[in-house]
Design a protein around this ligand. Sequence first.
Ligand SMILES: NC(=O)CC[C@H](N)C(=O)O
Length: 375
Amino acid sequence: MPISALLALEDGSVFHGQAVGATGDTVGEVVFNTAMTGYQEILTDPSYARQIVTLTYPHIGNTGCNAEDEESAAVHTAGLIVRDVPRRASNWRSTESLPDYLKRHGIVAIAGIDTRRLTRILRDKGALNGCIVAGESIDVDAALAKARAFPGLNGMDLAKVVSVEQPYSWNEGSYDLDRTAFNQPAKRFKVVAYDYGVKRNILRLLAERGCEITVVPAQTPAAEVLAMKPDGVFLSNGPGDPAACDYAIAATREFLAAKIPLFGICLGHQIMGAAVGAKTLKMKFGHHGANHPVKDLDDGRVLITSQNHGFAVDAATLPSNVRITHTSLFDGSLQGFALTDRPAFCFQGHPEASPGPQDIGYLFDRFAKLMQEAR
Ligand SMILES: NC(=O)CC[C@H](N)C(=O)O
């Protein structure tokens, strides 16, 4: 007999399904992701802390899980919602089924619900707080109360929660499928990467461009980083509300003043926005997927990108020394900017993909070029 599970949303919506992960309950902001592949990368992306993810693609788990596709050392999503998990996983790299993986990580997950209905609710009303309960006896009213008691992500500083405790070095490049091993590229630049919840593929793509990386905790003071005399500083992706990361905004102002090459992705982009004086805002249901068209305003190209954000920098509040480089073709929102008087730029989406297309991977080359020019 399958174990039953329930999803309750703060608006009173209730969905009955089956447990496909750990038993127990979990709360968080429910968001939908439209990527057709990459559930393991999504589960381990620290930017999803305190978020319950529903995947709109109906069959999740087909290719199982493996040790190489982890984007961090833990599962960070608060829970998972899917339409259907296949009875058998099949892939030459698979070492574990998705339900076994979820159980091993203690992640509560529900399958067998109408994820199209759920996604329409989230599109109409915006991201909603929710609760998944999985187990033998389920109290619907208690689940609704838990969903409504979740405070929401506004004002929540989670970067320092998911960050590392101690600095560490990272030198590993991309995974080579033919050799079934990670590359060990030669080093040209010293880079300090702030870990606000960094995804491993960002570090891998920096390493591929010759970066010898020191990853530092989110609250490391700028002076400590500048004393390491890096060629460039990287600001990572991460969970929560960028406006709450006052320490990161303050450090970024110091890096801008020092005119050191600076590159930010997602939360790092939002922090750079806040550091130059722009406002950040909460979006209705955000961007979470692997098929989002973005326009590069420098050359007019349209790139298909990976996205995962619920906050955004308000382009109308950017100062005059900012040049907008990228915009979303879904809703016109800001996707990237560069400073006109500093070697600094950033991107809202995910040039590292994992999962998703690699159209915009050239931004890593741009960072390497900035560091080369600064020498
Ligand atoms: N992927 C990220 O870095 C997300 C940034 C931020 N937490 C947001 O939701 O907008």
